[in-house]
Design a protein around this ligand. Structure first.
Ligand code: AMP
Ligand code: GLY
Length: 425
């Protein structure tokens, strides 16, 4: 089987690594891919958001499946276009990817089907939003752009002034473009956060191992929000009781709701959850694998990923028994200094072998390129250094040991990935 993977980050490297282990796979392609991915898959310089370009590439390569990994092409309807042209795919069609593409849609769906989430109101008018926030008089206030905003469209305002600025930046100043032309103002929730990725064929839902992301740039959750600076799996806060509660109150009802709305969701659905004192609540849905959650979840998957892709395409996920390792996994992201704001690229990375790997851990490449046999930095998040272990502490020790041997000019990583999780054990 030949498979084309759309995307070029650490998540895609982890997906391609899992696919490369399948006995069913002959050849892997990636578009655009990156330096590390090029060691496992033939890379083509087509942007992940270039729907027509990707369709042309698929026509040329004739892959058995196209795996669309990032959010933007899914929301833009890349899967629909590929299906219409006769290609089999992994990933939701646009009418289901809207679960991530529009927070107004996903909040309304949860309200309609009684799926637990923060209470909210939506606004297109700044004055009305500000009036509402004033009347609520409850801080912090949570203000979110409706659409995709590279993880930056959520503002937690600590007082009225900050909340007003947030509303104005979205609805009046157009800081987030069309994504911020409608906003959601919602109740602030507290509790540990858990990511649960789930395979679904639109009818059956099979949650994967839980994980915990570390979104802030610096230690002790300080600094700006990033795409994610590290992850661990499983998440110790996600007890068996929460697992059962989420399955009955959130996962199954979400899949059934999308089916009932005529928007069956096929692929990987990302549940961003908060375990509040009043039970588990949905913070957000994403229509795809998380990054860097995938980097710690897929190494624990024991079932062939291709078998899962086929079962989802054929809508026979109920008949497949998916097996997971009992081990733990940890991923530490090494980023360019300055990320998530301005940073430099083109720095030579030391400590990697000719395959971009290390003896000590698995190195998922996020923003790298291979030039003249050397790996250079090419993005904000550069590498996800990942290790498994018999327990979380062993996995973290191995990952950090490897991190100490890999570096580049102005490299930055968090030294406390997994600390909160270890404390929760
Ligand atoms: P999102 O992009 O919706 O996942 O939001 C980004 C981050 O903002 C989440 O991971 C939470 O830490 C935080 N957040 C979002 N919504 C809420 C909420 N209603 N209450 C508290 N924190 C929130
Ligand atoms: N790590 C968060 C996300 O993938 O959205």
């Amino acid at each position: 089987m030949n498979i084309l993977v759309v995307g070029g980050g650490g998540r895609e490297h982890a997906i391609i690594t899992a696919l490369s282990k399948s006995a069913k796979v002959d050849k892997l392609y990636a578009a655009p891919g990156n330096g590390g991915i090029s060691k496992l898959a033939e890379c083509f310089p087509v942007k992940a958001t270039d729907i027509d370009g990707m369709l042309e590439l698929a026509k040329k390569l004739q892959p058995d499946y196209v795996f669309v990994a990032p959010d933007d092409p899914l929301v833009l309807g890349m899967v629909d276009k590929l299906n219409e042209a006769g290609f089999k795919t992994f990933g939701p069609r646009a009418n289901a990817a809207i679960l991530e593409g529009s927070k107004v849609f996903s909040k309304a769906l949860m309200k309609k089907y009684n799926i637990p989430t923060a209470g909210y109101e939506t606004f297109t008018d700044a004055e009305k939003a500000i009036e509402y926030i004033k009347a609520q008089n409850s801080y912090p206030a949570v203000i979110k752009c409706d659409g995709l905003a590279l993880g930056k469209g959520v503002i937690i305002a600590k007082d009225f002034e900050e909340a007003k600025d947030a509303v104005n930046s979205m609805l009046l100043d157009g800081k987030f473009g069309a994504s911020g032309s409608e906003i959601v103002v919602e109740e602030f929730m507290t509790g540990p956060e858990v990511t649960v990725l789930a395979f679904t064929d639109g009818k059956t839902v099979k949650p994967m191992i839980s994980s915990m992301d570390h979104k802030r740039a610096y230690d002790n959750d300080e600094g700006l929000n990033t795409g994610g600076m590290g992850t661990i799996a499983p998440n110790p806060c996600y007890t068996d009781a929460f697992k059962a509660e989420c399955m009955e109150k959130i996962f199954k009802p979400t899949i059934a709701a999308m089916q009932a709305e005529g928007r069956p969701f096929k692929g990987c659905l990302y549940f961003g959850l908060m375990l509040t004192p009043n039970g588990a609540r949905v913070i957000e849905y994403n229509c795809r694998f998380g990054d860097p959650e995938t980097q710690v979840v897929l190494p624990l998957l024991e079932t062939d990923l291709v078998d899962i892709i086929e079962a989802i395409w054929e809508e026979k996920l109920d008949a497949l028994d998916i097996k997971w390792s009992e081990k733990s996994c940890a991923c530490v992201v090494i980023a360019s200094g300055g990320y998530p704001e301005k940073y430099e690229t083109g720095k030579q990375i030391s400590g990697l072998d000719e395959n971009g790997q290390s003896d000590l851990a698995y190195v998922y490449h996020a923003g790298t390129k291979l030039e003249g046999g050397k790996f250079l930095t090419a993005g904000g998040r550069v590498l996800g250094v990942t290790a498994t272990g018999d327990d979380l502490k062993a996995a973290l020790d191995s990952a950090y040991k490897a991190v100490d041997t890999i570096t580049f000019e102005k490299a930055h990583f968090r030294k406390d990935i997994g600390k909160r999780a270890l404390e929760a054990l």
